[in-house]
Write a protein that binds this ligand. Structure first.
Ligand SMILES: [Zn+2]
Length: 185
């Protein structure tokens, strides 16, 4: 990731919340974000009947769902997001936020298609992964969690994301460091 990307992601996450009318520490739904960006989302389950008509077996669909959790596709002049709606809800939030991040960052589709390799696509994946998490729990939200002494599980419920994501974001955003500095002061 380029130097400065993390603070850029933090700013973007707060800016997006502002435009959506959500406080900086508030909960953001990834589907609401996609909707706000004008990006339609479609769950894999909606594709199953079409896949059957196409001769795709249930086993092949299962194999695909194991591999693929979300992807961006071109739609008209814009994009759409396909996501695995068999996954737990917290996982769907993270997958859709990841795909929405590719769109927010204007990553070219050719560089982010599954199987794309090379340094550039690795960098784009890292950026989308980082921004996706930041969108779901930016620094002000992570601080809010720690200052209110919420458990990681309770915060996960409140933000609709996984406990692992809350823990990870509290650390990587610097919120935990800021909080312990404030406690000492
Ligand atoms: Zn990606």
């Amino acid at each position: 990731m380029q130097r400065g990307f993390k603070s850029y992601a933090e700013d973007l996450a707060v800016q997006v919340r502002k435009e959506m009318g959500i406080p900086a520490y508030g909960r953001l739904c990834a589907f609401g974000l996609a909707n706000f960006l004008g990006v339609p989302t479609l769950g894999f389950s909606k594709l199953v009947q079409a896949a059957k008509n196409f001769g795709v077996t249930a086993k092949q669909v299962q194999a695909l769902e194991k591999e693929v959790h979300g992807l961006c596709i071109p739609l008209g002049t814009g994009r759409a997001i396909l996501y695995n709606d068999n996954n737990p809800s917290a996982r769907q939030q993270s997958d859709v936020a990841h795909e929405a991040s590719h769109i927010l960052l204007r990553h070219p589709l050719a560089d982010i298609v599954s199987g794309a390799v090379g340094m550039r696509s690795k960098e784009l994946e890292d950026e989308a992964a980082h921004l996706g998490g930041t969108l779901l729990l930016p620094l002000p939200a992570a601080l809010h969690v720690l200052q209110r002494r919420m458990s990681m599980d309770a915060a996960a419920m409140e933000y609709g994301i996984s406990t692992e994501m809350v823990t990870y974001r509290c650390n990587v955003s610097g919120a935990r460091q800021i909080q312990s500095r404030q406690r000492r002061a």
